[in-house]
Design a binder for this molecule. Structure first.
Ligand SMILES: Nc1nc2c(ncn2[C@@H]2O[C@H](COP(=O)(O)OP(=O)(O)OP(=O)(O)O)[C@@H](O)[C@H]2O)c(=O)[nH]1
Ligand SMILES: [Mg+2]
Length: 430
């Protein structure tokens, strides 16, 4: 599956930058292209960063640093280098003004005709990404109505939950993108889920960004594999798009999780060596293999990019329209039996969802991995959290307005006490 990726604001651009790093790694290791364009086009062509703060653009390591890829907006309004100052209305306004610049860059370098989807990434709590992501999604969907356009929204750390500005930004961004944009799906990433308190902020960002982007690795490779010996029960781009897009109205809310495990040294997955007469492997090996695989599936659910479960009598379950499971491992390890066990497990965890299951046997390392997407999410932790942001955002907005009014009143009272003092250089009556 091939993507065009646009990062908006600093956090969004950092994650887009990570996609280029992953694309380079996959090309080197597997000779597979996960970004749009042909085999001869530069891998860095279809990844862009949009920002109002020049300083943010300097931190990028993989996105091309020319003006067609690092799109700096707001220069006419003197915002250059200053960002949106945490005001996402400024982010939205500048993206609207810069529409043509963004469209032209993606048109010229995005190789969109070869892309299976477009991904726009932003954090929700700041000004630039939070405000511009909805505008960018809509302009790209208008330009390429046949391509799925996905938004990836990164929710703030728990430490930001009592910061009214960040809560309002998050709430208004979620409202704009989930309820009022042309996005086909919104992939949620929750920073607070993955924070490591012992690490500094930059290390946390790097860790989360790498984790989120790596979750896409096998998924993007699976349908692009051209090596015939690796093609099996493959999930291709149309399966992934089918699993992400809701059949109902509006953008579907989705999460992604991946987990991997080292194969044990004695090689329970090396079934070939221990095959019985007649071709089958010893039942104990198959059992152990399936158990290990199911452990990885469980962990992939624990690693979902945002929590979205409900609790019932039988424990955790997920209310969603689709579930996708991809089992990846070295060739000969991804058996029908494992896919069957994974499907049964996921069908109990996401009851009633349409299921998309497959294997990707192209992993060259000695690891197996499972990728899970849950999409079209209904009731549960994710929608509760969105609702919490809406409610808190409304309250914070009212409180901010109230305290601004109170401050204004106080200022005019104080000013009127000064009315009889000399005016210095002001005109009489000024
Ligand atoms: N996961 C992750 N989160 C980040 C990253 N950078 C920033 N954040 C979080 O996202 C929130 C918004 O920050 P930025 O992404 O820098 O905001 P922006 O879109 O550049 O908007 P401005 O306010 O104009 O700077 C902050 O609360 C950070 O905690 C990143 O690289 N990865
Ligand atoms: Mg910024």
């Amino acid at each position: 599956m091939k993507l065009v990726v646009i990062g908006a604001g600093q956090g969004g651009s950092n994650i887009a930058d990570e996609f280029v790093r992953l694309a380079k790694w996959i090309w080197k290791e597997r000779r597979i292209r996960i970004l749009s364009g042909g085999r001869k086009d530069p891998l860095t062509d279809p990844v862009f960063s949009m920002n109002l703060g020049g300083v943010d653009l300097y931190g990028l390591q993989n996105i091309r640093d020319d003006e067609d890829h690092c799109i700096l907006l707001g220069s006419e309004d003197n915002l250059r280098g200053r960002g949106a100052g945490m005001d996402n209305a400024v982010g939205a306004e500048q993206a609207l003004k810069g529409k043509d610049k963004i469209r032209t860059a993606v048109n010229s370098f995005g190789h969109v005709y070869t892309a299976d989807a477009i991904l726009v990434i932003a954090t929700t709590a700041g000004g630039t990404g939070s405000g511009s992501v909805g505008v960018i999604v809509d302009l790209l969907k208008d330009e390429w109505p046949d391509k799925p356009v996905y938004a990836m929204l990164v929710l703030p750390f728990a430490g930001d939950y009592d910061n009214p500005r960040r809560v309002i930004n998050t709430a208004s961004c979620l409202k704009r993108v989930i309820d009022n944009s042309k996005a086909d799906a919104v992939i949620l990433v929750d920073n607070k889920k993955f924070v490591r308190r012992s690490e500094n902020m930059n290390k946390n960002f790097e860790g989360i960004n790498e984790r989120v982007v790596n979750a896409f690795m096998d998924l993007l490779c699976a349908g692009e594999e051209e090596n015939r010996k690796f093609i099996s029960n493959v999930l291709d781009a149309s399966d992934v798009n089918g699993a992400l897009i809701s059949t109902g109205s509006g953008a579907s809310i989705a999460v992604i999780g991946m987990s991997q495990a080292e194969l044990p040294k004695r090689g329970i997955f090396s079934g070939r060596k221990k095959t019985r007469e007649g071709g089958g492997q010893h039942f104990s090996l198959a059992k152990e293999q399936t158990e290990l695989a199911l452990g990885v599936v469980r962990e992939a659910l624990d690693n979902l990019s945002a929590d979205c479960e409900s609790s019932g009598d039988q424990g955790k379950f997920y209310d969603a329209e689709h579930v996708l499971g991809l089992f990846s491992g070295p060739i000969n390890e991804a058996t029908e039996e494992i896919v069957g066990a994974m499907e049964t497990f996921l069908s109990t965890k996401v009851p009633g969802a349409s299921r998309w299951m497959g294997t990707y046997p192209g992993r060259t390392s000695n690891t197996v991995s499972v990728t899970v997407i849950i999409s079209g999410i209904g009731k549960g932790a994710a929608t509760d959290l969105i609702n919490w942001f809406y409610e808190e955002g409304k309250k914070s907005q009212e409180e901010l307005q109230k305290s601004n009014e109170e401050r204004d009143n106080l200022r005019s009272q104080i000013s009127s006490s000064a009315s009889d003092l000399p005016n210095l250089d002001l005109e009489e009556g000024g």
